[in-house]
Design a protein around this ligand. Structure first.
Ligand code: F6R
Length: 614
Protein backbone atom coordinates (compact mmCIF):
# COMPACT_ATOMS: atom_id res chain seq x y z
CA UNK A 1 0.00 0.00 0.00
CA UNK A 2 1.50 3.30 -1.02
CA UNK A 3 4.83 3.35 -2.75
CA UNK A 4 7.48 5.71 -1.52
CA UNK A 5 10.68 6.78 -3.18
CA UNK A 6 13.46 9.22 -2.34
CA UNK A 7 16.77 10.18 -3.89
CA UNK A 8 19.71 12.46 -3.21
CA UNK A 9 22.31 12.82 -5.96
CA UNK A 10 25.45 14.80 -6.53
CA UNK A 11 24.69 15.34 -10.20
CA UNK A 12 20.97 16.24 -10.13
CA UNK A 13 18.61 14.40 -12.48
CA UNK A 14 16.37 13.79 -9.50
CA UNK A 15 13.02 14.21 -11.17
CA UNK A 16 13.68 11.53 -13.72
CA UNK A 17 14.82 9.03 -11.15
CA UNK A 18 11.82 9.78 -8.91
CA UNK A 19 9.33 9.32 -11.73
CA UNK A 20 11.03 6.11 -12.86
CA UNK A 21 11.01 4.93 -9.25
CA UNK A 22 7.31 5.75 -8.91
CA UNK A 23 6.56 3.86 -12.08
CA UNK A 24 7.85 0.62 -10.58
CA UNK A 25 6.27 1.08 -7.14
CA UNK A 26 2.95 2.36 -8.48
CA UNK A 27 1.43 -1.12 -8.18
CA UNK A 28 1.48 -0.54 -4.40
CA UNK A 29 -1.20 2.17 -4.68
CA UNK A 30 -2.57 4.30 -7.48
CA UNK A 31 -5.11 6.75 -6.05
CA UNK A 32 -2.70 9.64 -6.60
CA UNK A 33 0.97 10.36 -7.22
CA UNK A 34 3.25 13.20 -6.24
CA UNK A 35 6.81 14.44 -5.88
CA UNK A 36 8.57 17.07 -3.78
CA UNK A 37 11.85 18.46 -5.04
CA UNK A 38 14.29 20.72 -3.32
CA UNK A 39 16.03 23.17 -5.59
CA UNK A 40 17.95 26.32 -4.66
CA UNK A 41 16.86 25.91 -1.06
CA UNK A 42 13.11 25.81 -1.75
CA UNK A 43 10.74 22.87 -2.02
CA UNK A 44 8.40 22.48 -5.01
CA UNK A 45 5.55 19.98 -4.80
CA UNK A 46 3.63 18.53 -7.73
CA UNK A 47 0.85 16.06 -7.03
CA UNK A 48 -2.19 14.76 -8.82
CA UNK A 49 -5.14 12.52 -8.15
CA UNK A 50 -5.20 9.30 -10.18
CA UNK A 51 -2.47 7.48 -12.02
CA UNK A 52 1.15 8.46 -12.44
CA UNK A 53 0.38 9.69 -16.00
CA UNK A 54 -1.68 12.50 -14.45
CA UNK A 55 1.32 13.63 -12.45
CA UNK A 56 3.63 13.33 -15.44
CA UNK A 57 1.30 15.58 -17.41
CA UNK A 58 1.89 18.42 -14.93
CA UNK A 59 5.67 18.05 -14.64
CA UNK A 60 7.39 20.76 -16.60
CA UNK A 61 9.91 19.54 -19.16
CA UNK A 62 13.48 20.14 -18.06
CA UNK A 63 12.37 21.43 -14.66
CA UNK A 64 14.46 20.75 -11.56
CA UNK A 65 17.46 19.62 -13.61
CA UNK A 66 19.91 20.67 -10.93
CA UNK A 67 17.85 19.66 -7.94
CA UNK A 68 19.90 17.45 -5.60
CA UNK A 69 17.13 15.82 -3.58
CA UNK A 70 13.50 14.74 -3.81
CA UNK A 71 10.83 12.33 -2.60
CA UNK A 72 7.83 10.75 -4.32
CA UNK A 73 4.69 8.83 -3.42
CA UNK A 74 1.92 6.77 -4.97
CA UNK A 75 -1.08 6.55 -2.69
CA UNK A 76 -3.61 3.98 -1.56
CA UNK A 77 -5.93 6.22 0.42
CA UNK A 78 -6.61 5.45 4.07
CA UNK A 79 -7.55 8.85 5.56
CA UNK A 80 -9.14 11.41 3.30
CA UNK A 81 -10.55 10.76 -0.16
CA UNK A 82 -8.22 10.35 -3.10
CA UNK A 83 -7.91 13.89 -4.43
CA UNK A 84 -5.10 16.37 -5.18
CA UNK A 85 -5.19 17.92 -1.72
CA UNK A 86 -4.82 14.61 0.09
CA UNK A 87 -2.14 13.36 -2.28
CA UNK A 88 1.41 13.19 -0.90
CA UNK A 89 3.93 14.78 -0.44
CA UNK A 90 2.63 16.96 2.38
CA UNK A 91 4.27 20.10 3.66
CA UNK A 92 4.20 21.92 6.97
CA UNK A 93 2.85 25.44 7.37
CA UNK A 94 6.07 27.22 6.36
CA UNK A 95 6.82 24.92 3.43
CA UNK A 96 10.34 24.21 4.69
CA UNK A 97 9.84 20.45 4.83
CA UNK A 98 8.00 17.82 2.77
CA UNK A 99 7.15 14.26 3.70
CA UNK A 100 5.83 11.06 2.16
CA UNK A 101 4.22 8.42 4.34
CA UNK A 102 3.00 4.85 4.07
CA UNK A 103 1.09 3.62 7.12
CA UNK A 104 -1.25 5.14 9.69
CA UNK A 105 -0.67 7.62 12.51
CA UNK A 106 -3.24 6.33 14.95
CA UNK A 107 -3.17 9.37 17.25
CA UNK A 108 -3.46 11.87 14.41
CA UNK A 109 -6.78 13.32 15.57
CA UNK A 110 -5.36 14.16 18.96
CA UNK A 111 -2.20 15.65 17.40
CA UNK A 112 -4.27 17.58 14.89
CA UNK A 113 -6.29 19.12 17.71
CA UNK A 114 -3.13 20.06 19.63
CA UNK A 115 -1.51 21.60 16.57
CA UNK A 116 -4.68 23.43 15.54
CA UNK A 117 -4.82 24.91 19.04
CA UNK A 118 -1.27 26.19 18.44
CA UNK A 119 -2.50 27.95 15.30
CA UNK A 120 -1.42 25.41 12.67
CA UNK A 121 -3.70 25.31 9.63
CA UNK A 122 -4.08 21.93 7.94
CA UNK A 123 -4.24 21.68 4.18
CA UNK A 124 -5.49 18.08 3.88
CA UNK A 125 -7.66 15.52 5.63
CA UNK A 126 -4.85 12.99 5.94
CA UNK A 127 -3.28 11.56 9.06
CA UNK A 128 0.10 11.97 7.33
CA UNK A 129 0.05 15.75 7.36
CA UNK A 130 0.50 15.83 11.15
CA UNK A 131 4.06 14.59 10.60
CA UNK A 132 4.80 17.40 8.15
CA UNK A 133 3.42 19.94 10.60
CA UNK A 134 5.32 18.48 13.56
CA UNK A 135 8.58 18.51 11.61
CA UNK A 136 7.94 22.05 10.45
CA UNK A 137 7.55 23.23 14.04
CA UNK A 138 10.65 21.36 15.22
CA UNK A 139 12.72 22.75 12.35
CA UNK A 140 11.88 26.29 13.43
CA UNK A 141 14.44 25.65 16.20
CA UNK A 142 17.20 25.37 13.58
CA UNK A 143 17.93 21.74 14.28
CA UNK A 144 18.76 19.14 11.64
CA UNK A 145 16.05 17.15 9.89
CA UNK A 146 17.20 13.94 11.57
CA UNK A 147 16.87 15.51 15.02
CA UNK A 148 13.50 16.98 14.15
CA UNK A 149 12.41 13.57 12.87
CA UNK A 150 13.43 11.83 16.09
CA UNK A 151 11.56 14.37 18.20
CA UNK A 152 8.45 14.10 16.04
CA UNK A 153 8.56 10.30 16.05
CA UNK A 154 8.29 10.35 19.83
CA UNK A 155 4.94 12.10 19.49
CA UNK A 156 3.27 9.85 16.94
CA UNK A 157 1.68 6.45 17.50
CA UNK A 158 1.07 4.00 14.70
CA UNK A 159 2.87 2.57 11.73
CA UNK A 160 4.97 4.26 9.14
CA UNK A 161 7.54 4.21 6.44
CA UNK A 162 8.46 7.86 6.14
CA UNK A 163 10.65 9.96 3.90
CA UNK A 164 11.34 13.67 4.44
CA UNK A 165 13.37 16.41 2.75
CA UNK A 166 14.36 19.91 3.74
CA UNK A 167 17.08 22.48 3.26
CA UNK A 168 19.21 21.98 6.39
CA UNK A 169 21.78 24.34 7.92
CA UNK A 170 24.52 22.55 5.96
CA UNK A 171 22.67 21.71 2.77
CA UNK A 172 19.86 19.52 1.45
CA UNK A 173 18.76 16.72 3.75
CA UNK A 174 16.98 13.44 3.10
CA UNK A 175 15.93 11.33 6.07
CA UNK A 176 13.66 8.32 6.44
CA UNK A 177 12.26 6.22 9.28
CA UNK A 178 10.51 2.91 9.64
CA UNK A 179 8.09 1.30 12.05
CA UNK A 180 5.91 -1.30 10.38
CA UNK A 181 5.62 -0.89 6.61
CA UNK A 182 8.67 -1.88 4.58
CA UNK A 183 11.44 0.56 3.76
CA UNK A 184 14.90 0.07 2.39
CA UNK A 185 17.81 2.28 1.50
CA UNK A 186 20.74 1.95 -0.89
CA UNK A 187 23.69 4.02 -2.03
CA UNK A 188 26.05 4.36 -4.97
CA UNK A 189 29.23 6.48 -5.05
CA UNK A 190 27.24 9.55 -6.16
CA UNK A 191 23.78 9.05 -4.77
CA UNK A 192 21.56 7.45 -2.14
CA UNK A 193 18.01 6.16 -2.48
CA UNK A 194 15.10 5.05 -0.37
CA UNK A 195 12.13 2.99 -1.52
CA UNK A 196 9.33 0.88 -0.19
CA UNK A 197 10.54 -2.10 -2.15
CA UNK A 198 13.63 -3.28 -3.96
CA UNK A 199 12.16 -2.61 -7.37
CA UNK A 200 12.39 1.10 -6.57
CA UNK A 201 16.19 1.04 -6.23
CA UNK A 202 17.04 -1.81 -8.57
CA UNK A 203 17.65 0.47 -11.58
CA UNK A 204 20.53 2.02 -9.56
CA UNK A 205 22.02 -0.81 -7.51
CA UNK A 206 21.38 -4.37 -6.38
CA UNK A 207 22.85 -3.81 -2.89
CA UNK A 208 20.29 -2.70 -0.36
CA UNK A 209 19.90 -2.18 3.36
CA UNK A 210 16.55 -3.31 4.76
CA UNK A 211 15.62 -0.94 7.56
CA UNK A 212 14.16 -2.42 10.72
CA UNK A 213 11.46 -1.09 13.00
CA UNK A 214 12.84 1.81 15.01
CA UNK A 215 15.45 2.84 12.43
CA UNK A 216 16.11 6.35 11.20
CA UNK A 217 18.37 6.61 8.14
CA UNK A 218 20.24 9.68 6.98
CA UNK A 219 20.99 9.59 3.27
CA UNK A 220 23.86 11.42 1.61
CA UNK A 221 25.31 10.94 -1.88
CA UNK A 222 27.62 7.94 -1.44
CA UNK A 223 26.72 7.07 2.16
CA UNK A 224 23.96 6.12 4.56
CA UNK A 225 23.96 6.31 8.33
CA UNK A 226 21.38 4.31 10.29
CA UNK A 227 20.49 5.18 13.88
CA UNK A 228 17.80 4.28 16.37
CA UNK A 229 15.10 6.74 17.44
CA UNK A 230 17.49 8.11 20.11
CA UNK A 231 20.25 8.81 17.57
CA UNK A 232 22.50 5.88 18.50
CA UNK A 233 24.18 4.36 15.41
CA UNK A 234 22.99 0.85 14.51
CA UNK A 235 24.66 -1.67 12.18
CA UNK A 236 22.58 -2.92 9.28
CA UNK A 237 23.78 -5.48 6.78
CA UNK A 238 24.01 -4.78 3.06
CA UNK A 239 22.08 -7.48 1.15
CA UNK A 240 22.42 -8.41 -2.49
CA UNK A 241 19.17 -8.63 -4.45
CA UNK A 242 18.78 -11.48 -6.94
CA UNK A 243 16.16 -9.79 -9.09
CA UNK A 244 17.22 -7.88 -12.21
CA UNK A 245 15.79 -4.47 -13.14
CA UNK A 246 14.29 -5.97 -16.34
CA UNK A 247 12.26 -8.49 -14.27
CA UNK A 248 9.80 -5.75 -13.44
CA UNK A 249 9.13 -4.64 -17.03
CA UNK A 250 6.14 -5.56 -19.20
CA UNK A 251 8.41 -7.05 -21.86
CA UNK A 252 5.87 -6.57 -24.66
CA UNK A 253 2.88 -8.06 -22.81
CA UNK A 254 -0.32 -6.00 -22.65
CA UNK A 255 -0.67 -6.57 -18.91
CA UNK A 256 1.51 -7.76 -16.05
CA UNK A 257 -1.16 -10.28 -15.14
CA UNK A 258 -0.91 -12.00 -18.52
CA UNK A 259 2.88 -11.86 -18.44
CA UNK A 260 2.94 -13.36 -14.96
CA UNK A 261 0.47 -16.11 -15.88
CA UNK A 262 2.83 -17.07 -18.70
CA UNK A 263 5.85 -17.09 -16.42
CA UNK A 264 4.43 -20.01 -14.45
CA UNK A 265 6.34 -22.81 -16.19
CA UNK A 266 9.62 -21.08 -15.27
CA UNK A 267 8.42 -20.17 -11.81
CA UNK A 268 7.55 -23.78 -11.09
CA UNK A 269 10.97 -24.85 -12.34
CA UNK A 270 12.78 -22.28 -10.19
CA UNK A 271 10.75 -23.03 -7.07
CA UNK A 272 10.72 -26.80 -7.25
CA UNK A 273 13.23 -28.48 -9.51
CA UNK A 274 16.52 -27.87 -7.73
CA UNK A 275 14.98 -28.94 -4.46
CA UNK A 276 13.73 -32.30 -5.68
CA UNK A 277 15.95 -35.30 -5.00
CA UNK A 278 14.42 -38.11 -7.02
CA UNK A 279 17.04 -40.68 -5.98
CA UNK A 280 16.21 -40.32 -2.31
CA UNK A 281 12.54 -39.54 -2.86
CA UNK A 282 12.96 -36.43 -0.77
CA UNK A 283 13.29 -32.67 -0.90
CA UNK A 284 16.24 -30.52 0.16
CA UNK A 285 15.59 -26.96 1.16
CA UNK A 286 18.70 -24.85 0.96
CA UNK A 287 20.26 -23.27 4.02
CA UNK A 288 19.56 -26.27 6.24
CA UNK A 289 15.88 -25.38 6.45
CA UNK A 290 13.11 -27.83 7.43
CA UNK A 291 15.52 -30.59 8.38
CA UNK A 292 14.51 -33.77 10.21
CA UNK A 293 15.32 -32.60 13.75
CA UNK A 294 13.10 -29.53 13.33
CA UNK A 295 10.21 -31.27 11.56
CA UNK A 296 10.17 -34.25 13.89
CA UNK A 297 9.26 -31.84 16.69
CA UNK A 298 6.27 -30.44 14.79
CA UNK A 299 2.99 -31.83 16.14
CA UNK A 300 0.60 -29.29 14.72
CA UNK A 301 0.67 -26.68 11.96
CA UNK A 302 -1.10 -23.34 12.10
CA UNK A 303 -1.28 -21.69 8.67
CA UNK A 304 -1.57 -17.89 8.78
CA UNK A 305 -2.14 -15.88 5.61
CA UNK A 306 -4.53 -13.59 3.74
CA UNK A 307 -6.35 -13.67 0.41
CA UNK A 308 -4.79 -15.73 -2.33
CA UNK A 309 -1.97 -16.81 -0.03
CA UNK A 310 -4.61 -18.15 2.37
CA UNK A 311 -6.01 -20.28 -0.44
CA UNK A 312 -2.53 -21.71 -0.96
CA UNK A 313 -2.48 -22.36 2.79
CA UNK A 314 -5.76 -24.27 2.56
CA UNK A 315 -4.22 -26.49 -0.09
CA UNK A 316 -1.20 -26.93 2.21
CA UNK A 317 -3.59 -28.27 4.85
CA UNK A 318 -4.79 -31.07 2.56
CA UNK A 319 -1.21 -31.85 1.57
CA UNK A 320 0.37 -31.83 5.03
CA UNK A 321 -2.46 -33.76 6.65
CA UNK A 322 -2.51 -36.22 3.76
CA UNK A 323 1.21 -36.81 3.44
CA UNK A 324 2.70 -36.01 6.83
CA UNK A 325 -0.34 -36.85 8.99
CA UNK A 326 0.12 -33.71 11.06
CA UNK A 327 -3.05 -31.76 11.95
CA UNK A 328 -3.25 -28.37 10.27
CA UNK A 329 -5.44 -25.37 11.09
CA UNK A 330 -5.79 -22.51 8.64
CA UNK A 331 -6.73 -19.06 9.84
CA UNK A 332 -7.29 -15.69 8.27
CA UNK A 333 -4.32 -13.84 9.76
CA UNK A 334 -6.62 -10.89 10.52
CA UNK A 335 -8.87 -13.13 12.65
CA UNK A 336 -6.15 -15.09 14.38
CA UNK A 337 -4.41 -12.03 15.71
CA UNK A 338 -7.50 -10.69 17.47
CA UNK A 339 -8.79 -13.80 19.19
CA UNK A 340 -7.27 -15.95 21.90
CA UNK A 341 -5.58 -18.63 19.82
CA UNK A 342 -4.33 -21.76 21.54
CA UNK A 343 -0.76 -22.67 20.74
CA UNK A 344 0.06 -26.16 21.96
CA UNK A 345 3.66 -27.39 22.34
CA UNK A 346 5.06 -28.49 19.00
CA UNK A 347 3.12 -25.90 16.98
CA UNK A 348 4.68 -24.61 13.78
CA UNK A 349 3.04 -21.39 12.60
CA UNK A 350 3.33 -21.36 8.81
CA UNK A 351 3.04 -17.88 7.32
CA UNK A 352 2.42 -17.77 3.58
CA UNK A 353 2.93 -14.47 1.82
CA UNK A 354 4.06 -13.22 -1.56
CA UNK A 355 5.26 -9.84 -0.32
CA UNK A 356 6.36 -10.88 3.15
CA UNK A 357 5.03 -7.49 4.30
CA UNK A 358 1.31 -8.10 4.82
CA UNK A 359 0.50 -6.42 8.13
CA UNK A 360 -2.06 -9.00 9.27
CA UNK A 361 0.15 -11.98 8.45
CA UNK A 362 3.08 -10.39 10.26
CA UNK A 363 0.88 -9.53 13.25
CA UNK A 364 -0.53 -13.05 13.45
CA UNK A 365 2.84 -14.78 13.21
CA UNK A 366 4.34 -12.48 15.82
CA UNK A 367 1.49 -13.44 18.14
CA UNK A 368 1.99 -17.14 17.41
CA UNK A 369 5.68 -16.74 18.22
CA UNK A 370 4.92 -14.97 21.48
CA UNK A 371 2.62 -17.86 22.39
CA UNK A 372 5.44 -20.34 21.84
CA UNK A 373 5.10 -21.45 18.22
CA UNK A 374 8.08 -21.90 15.94
CA UNK A 375 7.57 -19.68 12.91
CA UNK A 376 8.07 -20.97 9.38
CA UNK A 377 7.38 -18.98 6.25
CA UNK A 378 6.74 -19.56 2.58
CA UNK A 379 7.64 -16.16 1.13
CA UNK A 380 8.42 -14.74 -2.28
CA UNK A 381 10.31 -11.55 -1.47
CA UNK A 382 13.78 -12.29 -0.13
CA UNK A 383 14.77 -9.81 2.57
CA UNK A 384 11.14 -9.09 3.48
CA UNK A 385 10.13 -8.67 7.10
CA UNK A 386 8.31 -12.00 7.15
CA UNK A 387 11.42 -13.76 5.93
CA UNK A 388 13.66 -12.03 8.42
CA UNK A 389 11.39 -12.86 11.34
CA UNK A 390 10.89 -16.55 10.53
CA UNK A 391 12.84 -19.44 12.07
CA UNK A 392 12.50 -21.63 8.95
CA UNK A 393 12.16 -20.29 5.43
CA UNK A 394 11.07 -21.70 2.11
CA UNK A 395 11.44 -19.05 -0.59
CA UNK A 396 9.26 -19.25 -3.66
CA UNK A 397 11.18 -18.03 -6.66
CA UNK A 398 8.32 -16.38 -8.51
CA UNK A 399 10.26 -13.16 -9.17
CA UNK A 400 8.60 -9.76 -8.80
CA UNK A 401 4.82 -9.93 -9.02
CA UNK A 402 3.49 -6.58 -10.21
CA UNK A 403 -0.06 -7.43 -11.30
CA UNK A 404 -2.25 -6.73 -8.30
CA UNK A 405 -4.12 -10.00 -8.79
CA UNK A 406 -1.74 -12.69 -7.63
CA UNK A 407 -1.15 -15.50 -10.14
CA UNK A 408 2.37 -16.90 -10.37
CA UNK A 409 2.97 -16.33 -6.67
CA UNK A 410 -0.01 -18.58 -5.90
CA UNK A 411 1.12 -21.55 -7.99
CA UNK A 412 4.62 -21.11 -6.56
CA UNK A 413 3.15 -21.20 -3.04
CA UNK A 414 1.27 -24.39 -3.86
CA UNK A 415 4.43 -25.95 -5.32
CA UNK A 416 6.29 -24.94 -2.15
CA UNK A 417 3.53 -26.50 -0.04
CA UNK A 418 3.96 -29.77 -1.97
CA UNK A 419 7.70 -29.68 -1.24
CA UNK A 420 7.11 -28.97 2.42
CA UNK A 421 4.47 -31.68 2.79
CA UNK A 422 6.74 -34.27 1.15
CA UNK A 423 9.67 -33.15 3.30
CA UNK A 424 7.54 -33.41 6.45
CA UNK A 425 6.16 -36.77 5.43
CA UNK A 426 9.68 -38.09 4.88
CA UNK A 427 11.00 -36.58 8.11
CA UNK A 428 8.10 -38.02 10.09
CA UNK A 429 8.24 -41.38 8.35
CA UNK A 430 4.60 -41.16 7.29
CA UNK A 431 5.26 -40.96 3.55
CA UNK A 432 6.67 -44.13 1.98
CA UNK A 433 9.65 -43.41 -0.24
CA UNK A 434 7.96 -44.85 -3.35
CA UNK A 435 4.96 -42.57 -2.91
CA UNK A 436 7.26 -39.59 -2.38
CA UNK A 437 9.15 -40.49 -5.55
CA UNK A 438 5.89 -40.68 -7.50
CA UNK A 439 4.77 -37.24 -6.33
CA UNK A 440 8.16 -35.66 -6.97
CA UNK A 441 8.51 -37.27 -10.39
CA UNK A 442 5.16 -35.85 -11.39
CA UNK A 443 6.09 -32.42 -9.98
CA UNK A 444 9.33 -32.59 -11.93
CA UNK A 445 7.38 -33.05 -15.16
CA UNK A 446 4.60 -30.56 -14.47
CA UNK A 447 6.28 -27.74 -16.36
CA UNK A 448 5.41 -29.15 -19.78
CA UNK A 449 1.78 -29.60 -18.73
CA UNK A 450 1.64 -25.95 -17.68
CA UNK A 451 3.17 -24.97 -21.02
CA UNK A 452 0.46 -26.96 -22.77
CA UNK A 453 -2.23 -25.08 -20.80
CA UNK A 454 -0.72 -21.80 -21.92
CA UNK A 455 -0.53 -22.81 -25.59
CA UNK A 456 -2.46 -20.82 -28.15
CA UNK A 457 -5.31 -23.28 -28.88
CA UNK A 458 -6.15 -23.62 -25.19
CA UNK A 459 -5.88 -19.89 -24.62
CA UNK A 460 -8.18 -19.25 -27.60
CA UNK A 461 -10.68 -21.78 -26.30
CA UNK A 462 -10.69 -20.09 -22.87
CA UNK A 463 -11.07 -16.73 -24.58
CA UNK A 464 -14.14 -18.03 -26.46
CA UNK A 465 -15.64 -19.30 -23.20
CA UNK A 466 -14.95 -15.93 -21.61
CA UNK A 467 -16.98 -14.28 -24.39
CA UNK A 468 -19.90 -16.58 -23.59
CA UNK A 469 -19.79 -15.87 -19.85
CA UNK A 470 -18.67 -12.24 -19.71
CA UNK A 471 -22.25 -11.04 -19.13
CA UNK A 472 -23.38 -13.79 -16.74
CA UNK A 473 -25.46 -12.68 -13.76
CA UNK A 474 -23.02 -14.30 -11.37
CA UNK A 475 -20.66 -17.20 -10.84
CA UNK A 476 -20.30 -20.10 -8.48
CA UNK A 477 -16.95 -21.84 -8.41
CA UNK A 478 -17.24 -25.32 -6.93
CA UNK A 479 -14.51 -27.69 -5.90
CA UNK A 480 -13.95 -30.51 -3.45
CA UNK A 481 -10.98 -31.79 -1.50
CA UNK A 482 -7.69 -30.28 -2.55
CA UNK A 483 -9.52 -28.41 -5.32
CA UNK A 484 -11.95 -26.67 -2.97
CA UNK A 485 -9.41 -23.86 -2.32
CA UNK A 486 -8.92 -23.65 -6.11
CA UNK A 487 -12.63 -22.82 -6.37
CA UNK A 488 -12.14 -20.04 -3.80
CA UNK A 489 -9.16 -18.74 -5.71
CA UNK A 490 -10.99 -18.86 -9.05
CA UNK A 491 -13.84 -16.80 -7.59
CA UNK A 492 -11.48 -14.32 -5.94
CA UNK A 493 -9.55 -13.75 -9.17
CA UNK A 494 -12.73 -13.10 -11.13
CA UNK A 495 -14.23 -10.63 -8.67
CA UNK A 496 -10.95 -8.77 -8.15
CA UNK A 497 -10.35 -7.89 -11.75
CA UNK A 498 -13.75 -8.09 -13.48
CA UNK A 499 -15.92 -6.80 -10.58
CA UNK A 500 -18.39 -9.61 -11.27
CA UNK A 501 -20.07 -11.40 -8.42
CA UNK A 502 -18.42 -14.75 -7.89
CA UNK A 503 -18.51 -17.13 -4.95
CA UNK A 504 -16.32 -20.11 -4.24
CA UNK A 505 -17.91 -23.06 -2.49
CA UNK A 506 -17.11 -26.54 -1.33
CA UNK A 507 -19.18 -28.38 -3.95
CA UNK A 508 -20.91 -30.52 -1.33
CA UNK A 509 -22.17 -27.40 0.45
CA UNK A 510 -24.27 -26.19 -2.49
CA UNK A 511 -27.28 -28.22 -1.51
CA UNK A 512 -27.22 -26.72 2.00
CA UNK A 513 -28.39 -23.31 0.83
CA UNK A 514 -26.59 -21.66 -2.08
CA UNK A 515 -28.34 -23.87 -4.64
CA UNK A 516 -31.39 -21.63 -4.12
CA UNK A 517 -29.54 -19.00 -6.18
CA UNK A 518 -29.12 -21.19 -9.23
CA UNK A 519 -31.04 -20.06 -12.30
CA UNK A 520 -30.26 -19.88 -16.02
CA UNK A 521 -28.28 -16.65 -15.61
CA UNK A 522 -25.72 -18.21 -13.30
CA UNK A 523 -22.50 -19.81 -14.46
CA UNK A 524 -21.25 -22.68 -12.35
CA UNK A 525 -17.57 -23.38 -12.78
CA UNK A 526 -16.80 -26.79 -11.39
CA UNK A 527 -13.22 -27.82 -10.74
CA UNK A 528 -12.34 -31.46 -10.80
CA UNK A 529 -9.53 -33.96 -10.90
CA UNK A 530 -9.50 -37.73 -11.03
CA UNK A 531 -9.37 -39.08 -7.52
CA UNK A 532 -11.51 -40.02 -4.60
CA UNK A 533 -13.95 -37.09 -4.87
CA UNK A 534 -14.25 -36.99 -8.67
CA UNK A 535 -17.63 -38.70 -8.85
CA UNK A 536 -19.01 -36.55 -6.06
CA UNK A 537 -18.13 -33.41 -8.00
CA UNK A 538 -19.80 -34.85 -11.06
CA UNK A 539 -23.04 -35.39 -9.16
CA UNK A 540 -22.85 -31.83 -7.79
CA UNK A 541 -22.75 -30.61 -11.40
CA UNK A 542 -25.81 -32.70 -12.17
CA UNK A 543 -27.64 -31.04 -9.27
CA UNK A 544 -26.95 -27.51 -10.52
CA UNK A 545 -27.59 -28.38 -14.14
CA UNK A 546 -30.98 -29.83 -13.34
CA UNK A 547 -31.90 -26.47 -11.79
CA UNK A 548 -31.09 -24.53 -14.93
CA UNK A 549 -27.53 -23.39 -14.14
CA UNK A 550 -24.98 -23.21 -16.94
CA UNK A 551 -22.05 -25.45 -16.07
CA UNK A 552 -18.42 -25.14 -17.12
CA UNK A 553 -16.19 -27.97 -16.04
CA UNK A 554 -12.46 -27.37 -15.51
CA UNK A 555 -10.08 -30.24 -14.88
CA UNK A 556 -9.27 -33.66 -16.19
CA UNK A 557 -12.31 -35.70 -15.20
CA UNK A 558 -14.08 -36.68 -18.40
CA UNK A 559 -17.24 -37.72 -16.54
CA UNK A 560 -17.67 -34.18 -15.23
CA UNK A 561 -16.91 -32.63 -18.63
CA UNK A 562 -19.60 -34.75 -20.23
CA UNK A 563 -22.31 -33.71 -17.79
CA UNK A 564 -21.32 -30.03 -17.89
CA UNK A 565 -21.24 -29.66 -21.66
CA UNK A 566 -18.75 -26.80 -21.68
CA UNK A 567 -15.28 -27.66 -20.43
CA UNK A 568 -11.63 -26.73 -20.24
CA UNK A 569 -9.54 -29.89 -20.45
CA UNK A 570 -6.55 -29.84 -18.15
CA UNK A 571 -3.75 -32.41 -18.57
CA UNK A 572 -4.02 -35.29 -16.18
CA UNK A 573 -1.85 -35.32 -13.09
CA UNK A 574 -2.04 -36.81 -9.62
CA UNK A 575 -4.73 -35.37 -7.38
CA UNK A 576 -2.19 -33.70 -5.05
CA UNK A 577 -0.81 -31.60 -7.89
CA UNK A 578 -4.06 -30.91 -9.68
CA UNK A 579 -4.56 -27.49 -7.96
CA UNK A 580 -1.52 -26.12 -9.79
CA UNK A 581 -2.86 -27.10 -13.20
CA UNK A 582 -6.52 -26.34 -12.50
CA UNK A 583 -5.77 -22.80 -11.32
CA UNK A 584 -4.14 -21.70 -14.56
CA UNK A 585 -7.24 -21.83 -16.83
CA UNK A 586 -9.17 -20.01 -14.12
CA UNK A 587 -6.59 -17.21 -14.12
CA UNK A 588 -6.91 -16.91 -17.90
CA UNK A 589 -10.70 -17.09 -17.75
CA UNK A 590 -10.78 -14.16 -15.28
CA UNK A 591 -8.23 -12.25 -17.30
CA UNK A 592 -10.19 -12.53 -20.55
CA UNK A 593 -13.51 -11.70 -18.90
CA UNK A 594 -11.99 -8.61 -17.29
CA UNK A 595 -10.44 -7.61 -20.60
CA UNK A 596 -13.72 -8.08 -22.48
CA UNK A 597 -15.46 -5.91 -19.89
CA UNK A 598 -12.84 -3.19 -20.33
CA UNK A 599 -11.53 -3.39 -16.76
CA UNK A 600 -8.13 -2.11 -15.67
CA UNK A 601 -6.58 -5.47 -15.14
CA UNK A 602 -3.30 -4.67 -13.43
CA UNK A 603 -4.70 -1.98 -11.19
CA UNK A 604 -8.20 -3.03 -10.14
CA UNK A 605 -10.29 -0.43 -8.36
CA UNK A 606 -9.85 -0.07 -4.60
CA UNK A 607 -7.04 -2.61 -4.45
CA UNK A 608 -3.30 -2.35 -4.07
CA UNK A 609 -0.48 -4.82 -3.86
CA UNK A 610 1.08 -5.57 -0.50
CA UNK A 611 -1.42 -4.72 2.21
CA UNK A 612 0.74 -3.09 4.87
CA UNK A 613 -2.14 -1.67 6.91
CA UNK A 614 -4.62 -3.62 9.02
C1 F6R B 1 -5.24 -11.50 -4.51
C2 F6R B 1 -4.10 -11.01 -3.76
C3 F6R B 1 -4.27 -10.83 -2.30
C4 F6R B 1 -2.99 -11.28 -1.57
C5 F6R B 1 -3.08 -10.94 -0.08
C6 F6R B 1 -1.86 -11.42 0.67
O1 F6R B 1 -4.97 -11.62 -5.87
O2 F6R B 1 -3.06 -10.75 -4.29
O3 F6R B 1 -5.37 -11.51 -1.82
O4 F6R B 1 -2.82 -12.64 -1.77
O5 F6R B 1 -3.23 -9.57 0.08
O6 F6R B 1 -0.70 -10.84 0.16
P1 F6R B 1 0.71 -11.46 0.44
O7 F6R B 1 0.77 -12.77 -0.25
O8 F6R B 1 1.69 -10.48 -0.10
O9 F6R B 1 0.82 -11.63 1.94
Amino acid sequence: MCGIIGAIRRDGGILNSLVEGLRVVEYRGYDSAGVAILEDGAIAVRKKQGRLENLEAVLEDGAFDNAPVGIGHTRWATHGEPNDRNAHPHQGATGRVAIVHNGIFENYLELREQLTAQGVKFASETDSEVMAQLLDLELQENISLQDAMRRALHRVEGYYALGAICQGPEGPELVCARKGPPLLVAFTPDAAYLASDVLGVLPHTDKVIYLEDGDVAILKPGSIEVTDFEGQPVEREISKVDWKPGDSGLGGWPHYMLKEIHEQPDVLARTALDRIDLERGDVTIEGGQFEDDFLQGVERVQVLACGTALHAGMIAKYLIEGLAKVPVDVDFASEYRYRDPIVVPGTMALAISQSGETADTLGATRLAKELGAKVAAIVNVAGSTQMREADQILLTHAGPEIGVASTKAFTAQVAAAVLLAVRMGRAKGTLPVEEAKAILTELNGLRTKIEHLLSEPIRDHIHDLAKIHARAKGFFFLGRGVNFPVALEGALKLKEISYMHAEGYAAGEMKHGPIALIDPGMTIVSINAPGHVADKVRSNIEQVKSRGGVALSVGSHEGSHKIAGQCIRVPETIEWLSPILNTIPLQLFSYYIADLRGCEIDKPRNLAKSVTVE
